[in-house]
Design a binder for this molecule. Structure first.
Ligand code: ADP
Length: 828
């Protein structure tokens, strides 16, 4: 039923739920009519009808009182109890207690009225119940009036309930007993009529109910909770009935009947109030408890107190999309007073600009759909534009239609800025990363500069820029310039001055950065005092940002960028300043590395030259040496008879000398050939290589009667000739540097070390001092220069070259006087 009634019509508006109970405010006044009508009736009856007439059938009163007072109050008290249990609201408990005592009083009074002395019993119990009920209601009313809504904490809730309901029942029971036992002064004396004490209690109850009515009705007029309307009418009817009882001269008189009628009406109104509350709950999609609570808690006051102090902007719109409320934060946003805003539509406030239309559409949509909406949008405000998260919430009126739309906007500007700051920090970090990375992978300084400039432009959202460095000539020199700028600066090329990317005098706005060594933002460069204009064809500069490049405290250059949309901000300058050191550092390192690479290249080249040279020289020397040797041989053989001993000795020395020279030449040629030889790494049986080496060394082995042993050697990937050479040199040395006092023993072995074969040649010779362990592998290093150890100092250098060429290494372990072990592996 509710659903069909609340469908929006074609215009998108809700039709209010109809019916008197459905609480259409238009027809609600009808419900008030019985009140003046009963007052009038009471007056007429009091003055015009013979008061001696009376009618008082006990059974009828019992039934009517039980139904209209007992049952009704029971139901209301039960609902109040449930609501109190759910919400802990003290006002609801007070209402419950009020109706409870009133109901109990009414029922007991009706039961006892025909007992002996029943008139006094009846009147005493009823009146005391009514008085107490009125006190409870007025207390609830007071709480409403002062606008607080006390709530019993979950721990205290039960105690209050026991105290309220239990206490009420107990109290009424005690009053009844006390009345029976005549412990209470009589309220009514048969034949005489009511006593003054009864009049005081009844009159008091009457007045309290009347006040409670006024307070509840007043609250209804403010918060339009229909429940309160019916409830306050019920209180008014109760007050009327008490008035009638007060002025009646005898029980059952016509005035008394007006009172009863009023009381029964009141009972019905109490019930209706509950029905309307239940229906409000249904239309508002909330609970009965919630409706009772909000009816009785001065919700509006609470809302205001909250709204006035929150930093959130709170606005409320009526169906005409006009402001009906704006809180102080909202007034600050608009920069206007509430009086200037209320009654105006969003785009009449002149602040929303083009987004005003959008805002109105949003609010209208909430009215139409009844669904809340969340939007993130900008709102104009004093210092530019604020970023807000807004909740547009429908507020249902008592009739279940959307009466207002509440817009609560939270200022997220700070957070947005913080987020942007974080993003910027991230971008800077990535930028630094990219600069360091590009220092490694870019081939030239120009390329590196270009990448760095791209990073700078990206981070500052610039259209173009350049990086300049102060040269030794005091001129600035471009390290990088982005295309649009470069195109315009061809003039340097034309003038024939272009070095790298060209040099230029230090002046203008960028000159200021270099001179001051400080970052500079010029968002209106045309008016800057340092401006000198731009070369022809240079794109117009609408914004400029430059930061110095600083090394060791001195300004060495500049990164400048231009034309960020909307101009540069301090953040952009800070970002660029954060980048600059990594650029300077990376550039310095790049230059140092380049220098090193250059030197290493030179070294390699001179080494190659040397090898080539020694090869050529050795080759050219070999021939004449052989000739000299040949002649010396001839001399020795043919002219021996003519030569004396001394001449023979000299000739022998000469032969020895040529042999040594020849050996040196052979060694040098072998040395320089190691690299020149095409590498032929192939599976090579190391046993075969060792056998060839031993064959070549057969002479010296035999001469020295050296003892040679060896392990079974593996097959390895190697150049077989060079492996032979390696064994030959190492075994040759082992024999050459043997100890004279014992038999020379040489062992060639192999060990498996992780994935590699480690070969070794061990001897029991004279050994090598530790400080020469590495030195002996460089060319021309000889430790033992005595006659018998004569060598060239090239052999181990050849060995080293061979193993390194195979990707391996060679090292020695030795105990001087004990022997040496040369280890090598061919790959590593
Ligand atoms: P050469 O043997 O022609 O002198 P090497 O380069 O082969 O040149 O050796 C360099 C030096 O290392 C030798 O002069 C010698 O002093 C020392 N040496 C090499 N092998 C041994 C060894 N097995 N025992 C002792 N000293 C050695």
């Amino acid at each position: 039923m509710i659903a069909t009634r609340n469908k929006p019509d074609e215009a998108g508006r809700f039709r209010p739920a109809g019916g008197l109970f459905g609480s259409s405010p238009k027809r609600l006044w009808l419900a008030f009519l019985p009140i003046p009508a009963l007052i009038a009736l009471m007056a007429v009856v009091y003055f015009a009808v013979n008061s001696a007439v009376f009618y008082d059938p006990g059974w009828l009163i019992l039934i009517a009182n039980t139904i209209f007072v007992g049952v009704v109050c029971g139901i209301v008290a039960y609902i109040a109890l449930r609501s109190y249990n759910a919400t802990g609201r003290i006002q609801i408990l007070l209402l419950g207690c009020g109706v409870l005592v009133f109901g109990i009083g009414g029922v007991i009074a009706a039961i006892v009225r025909h007992m002996p002395g029943g008139a006094n019993l009846n009147v005493t119990i009823y009146n005391i119940g009514a008085f107490l009920g009125a006190v409870f209601h007025l207390t609830a009313g007071f709480i409403l009036l002062i606008g607080v809504s006390p709530e019993a904490g979950s721990g205290r809730k039960k105690s209050w309930l026991v105290l309220g309901y239990g206490g009420s029942i107990l109290f009424m029971a005690m009053i009844s007993v006390a009345t029976f036992k005549s412990l209470i002064p009589p309220f009514f004396i048969q034949g005489v009529g009511p006593t003054p004490i009864r009049q005081a209690v009844l009159g008091g109850a009457d007045i309290l109910f009347a006040f409670a009515f006024l307070i509840f009705m007043g609250t209804y007029l403010r918060n339009k909770e229909v429940f309160l309307y019916w409830y306050s009418c019920a209180l008014a009817l109760t007050a009327i009935s008490l008035t009638a009882f007060y002025i009646q001269r005898s029980v059952g008189s016509p005035v008394g009947w007006v009172g009863r009628l009023s009381q029964y009406f009141g009972g019905i109104y109490f019930l209706i109030s509950l029905v309307t509350a239940a229906r409000s709950a249904e239309t508002r999609k909330t609970s009965l408890d919630e409706v009772l609570t909000s009816s009785l808690s001065g919700a509006e006051e609470k809302f205001r107190a909250l709204a006035e102090h929150t930093p959130d902007v709170i606005r409320r719109f009526d169906r005409g999309l006009r402001h009906i409320y704006v809180n102080p934060a909202g007034q600050r946003l608009y920069g206007r007073s509430a009086g200037d805003i209320i009654g105006k539509r969003v785009n009449q406030t002149g602040l929303h600009g083009p987004s005003g239309v959008e805002w109105e559409a949003r609010i209208l949509k909430v009215f139409q759909t009844g669904r809340p909406m969340e939007v993130e949008d900008t709102l104009p405000r004093g210092d530019g534009v604020g970023f807000y998260l807004s909740h547009c919430v429908p507020e249902y009126g008592p009739d279940g239609t959307v009466a207002n739309v509440l817009v609560v906007s939270r200022d997220l500007t700070e957070r947005k800025h913080a987020e942007e700051g974080l993003k910027l920090q991230n971008a800077i970090l990535q930028g630094v990363n990219r600069i360091l990375g590009s220092a490694l992978h870019t081939a030239t300084e120009e390329e590196f500069g270009k990448e760095c400039l791209q990073v700078a432009e990206m981070i500052t959202c610039s259209k173009f820029g350049f990086i300049g460095e102060i040269g030794p000539d005091g001129l600035s020199r471009f390290l990088a310039i982005s295309n649009p700028g470069w195109e315009a600066c061809r003039m340097y090329e034309k003038a024939g001055e272009r070095r790298f990317l060209g040099s230029f005098a230090i002046h203008g706005i960028y000159g200021r950065v270099l001179k001051d060594g400080k970052g500079l933002i010029a968002n209106d460069p045309a008016t800057h005092p340092d401006r000198i204009g731009f070369p022809e064809g240079h794109p117009p500069v609408t914004a400029f940002l430059g930061v110095p490049l600083v090394r060791d405290g001195a300004t060495v250059g500049i990164i400048a960028v231009g034309n960020r949309e909307g101009g540069y901000r301090m953040e952009d300058q800070q970002a660029l300043e954060a980048l600059a050191p990594s650029f300077v550092g990376a550039l310095a390192r790049k230059r140092a590395e380049e220098k090193l690479r250059h030197t290493a290249g030179e070294l390699k080249r001179s080494n190659e030259d040397l090898e080539q040279f020694s090869y050529a020289v050795s080759h050219d020397l070999q021939e004449p040496l052989r000739m000299i040797n040949g002649f010396l041989g001839l001399l020795q053989e043919r002219y021996k008879p003519q030569l004396d001993d001394r001449a023979c000795k000299y000739i022998n020395y000469s032969v020895e000398g040529t042999l040594r020279m020849s050996q040196l030449i052979t060694d040098l040629m072998t040395y320089s050939r190691v690299e020149r030889r095409a590498k032929e790494a192939q599976p090579t049986d190391a046993n075969a290589s060792l056998a060839s080496a031993l064959a070549n060394l057969r002479g010296s082995i035999n001469n020295t009667s050296a003892a040679l042993t060896h392990d079974e050697l593996p097959t390895v990937s190697a150049d077989d000739t060079q492996l032979t050479q390696l064994f030959q040199n190492l075994i040759g040395n082992a024999i050459k540097f043997r100890r004279a006092d014992r038999q020379c023993q040489v062992h060639v072995g192999v060990q498996r070390h992780e994935d590699h074969w480690v070969f070794y040649v061990r001897d029991n010779g004279i050994g090598i001092p530790q400080d020469a362990f590495t030195r002996i592998f460089t060319i021309f290093q000889r430790l033992h220069t005595r006659e018998e150890y004569q060598g060239t100092g090239v052999g181990l250098a050849i060995c080293k070259k061979i193993v390194e060429r195979h990707g391996g290494r060679i090292w020695v372990e030795s105990q001087p006087g004990q022997g040496s072990t040369f280890y090598f592996m061919l790959d590593s």
